[in-house]
Design a protein around this ligand. Structure first.
Ligand SMILES: [Zn+2]
Ligand SMILES: [Zn+2]
Ligand SMILES: [Zn+2]
Length: 384
């Protein structure tokens, strides 16, 4: 069987990469080597089986039957026809009437089994950003407060994605889909406690809020200096979500904690909520890799932005793990920044903060481009 060139369906191009797989396509992986999809592709018995995995694991839907030949095609059409089999028998003398009797094409793409969800009550934590300094403060809600304003949320029981430190679950609130993220790896050994998760979620919210502030200042600076940048970049929307687990209700299955974990904890189950995006992320820098992008305006703008963040923060913050996904925001398409990490002098900005060493790596690797220069960003003294 031959599949049309569904670029970018390919085996992991960078097996050394420990964060995203297959040049940043689904699925995510957490260690160097091939991802689960590529392992499955390699282990497949036939070429057809591996092509099917390549397609279905990336597109998240069944392979259309027209891509198959011979027995497999017959089998798949049979599957598709299902209850229509009696009509099919009647029509067997004429090929065209078989086609007429097929249900509409879209029915092939209906998911076979509806996913299990937990119905939970949630409340939103508070996030405030100081317009002058860009300092972000966050707080959780008091889940014992009986007058707390809560919302109903359907949270899927099984993951839809995985990063180096987070699990991602799909959630629905008022009919709108969101991604709910929690931490399963915070650098230390063992299970992540509710406290550690709550702390990291708040730190991620702080990093996102701060990145948003830096970006707005950077954009204004470029506009003022009349320097062309890729301006359709924005930082993801985000909120801090607390699960409100009342005395006789269970926490969500997705949270991974038991009733007694929740009962004995000082903090509730906390999630980072973002819009649900299905696009493939493009990665521009790693935790300690800061390559220069000469040919992409988006990449080159982010290079200059990273330099700007270091300068604007008085040499206390380096931004890392820059990645974007194209998504619709309002009535236009934007490049969405998300999942950023930072290196800080104090080393306290959360998972991925390598402190002074992370800052040093950036200073060594960053190459100033014409865009840095045009924005008045001074090249680093590499011995600093
Ligand atoms: Zn892969
Ligand atoms: Zn990540
Ligand atoms: Zn620079």
């Amino acid at each position: 069987m031959s599949l049309p060139p569904f670029d970018p369906v390919q085996i992991c191009t960078n097996p050394e990469d420990s964060h995203l797989c297959c040049s940043a396509h689904f699925p995510f992986k957490t260690a160097p080597g091939l991802c689960s999809r590529c392992i499955a592709v390699q282990a497949a018995a036939t070429e057809e089986a591996s092509a099917k995995i390549l397609f279905e694991r990336v597109k998240q839907c069944p392979v259309p039957t027209f891509l198959f030949k011979g027995v497999e095609k017959k089998r798949r059409i049979q599957q598709l026809v299902g209850d229509f089999s009696s009509e099919t028998k009647k029509a067997r003398t004429s090929n065209t009437s078989v086609v007429k009797n097929l249900p509409p094409l879209q029915s092939t793409f209906r998911p076979a089994i509806p996913e299990k969800t937990s119905t939970i009550a949630i409340a939103f934590g508070e996030i405030t950003i100081d317009a002058e300094s860009g300092t972000v403060s966050t707080s959780l809600v008091d889940v014992m407060d009986t007058e707390l304003d809560t919302k109903v949320c359907e949270l899927h029981d099984t993951l839809t994605g995985k990063g180096a430190s987070q699990y991602v679950y799909k959630a629905t609130i008022d009919g709108v889909s969101y991604a709910f993220k929690r931490f399963y790896n915070v650098g230390a050994n063992g299970v992540v406690s509710l406290e550690a998760n709550a702390k990291e979620v708040q730190k991620e919210a702080q990093r996102l809020g701060q990145t948003n502030w830096f970006w707005e200042v950077f954009k204004a600076r470029a506009e003022q200096a009349n320097i062309s940048i890729e301006s359709d970049i924005c930082v993801t929307d985000f909120e801090i979500v607390c699960e409100v687990t009342k005395a006789n209700t269970d926490p969500s299955t997705a949270c991974g904690y038991s009733n007694s974990d929740i009962d004995t904890s000082d903090v509730p189950m906390v999630w980072l909520k973002e819009p649900f995006r299905s696009g493939r992320p493009e990665k521009w820098s790693g935790t300690n890799q800061h390559p220069t992008h000469h040919t992409s305006k988006l990449g080159n703008t982010l290079n200059a932005f990273a330099h700007f963040v270091y300068t604007q923060s008085h040499k206390t913050v380096v931004i890392a793990d820059l990645q974007t996904t194209r998504a619709r925001v309002g009535n236009k398409v934007a490049e969405i920044l998300f999942d950023v990490t930072t290196h800080t002098k104090a080393g306290t900005s959360g998972v991925g903060d390598h402190g002074e060493e992370g800052i040093k790596q950036f200073l060594t690797q960053h190459e100033c481009t014409a865009r840095c220069e045009a924005l008045g960003l001074v090249a680093f003294n590499k011995d600093e």
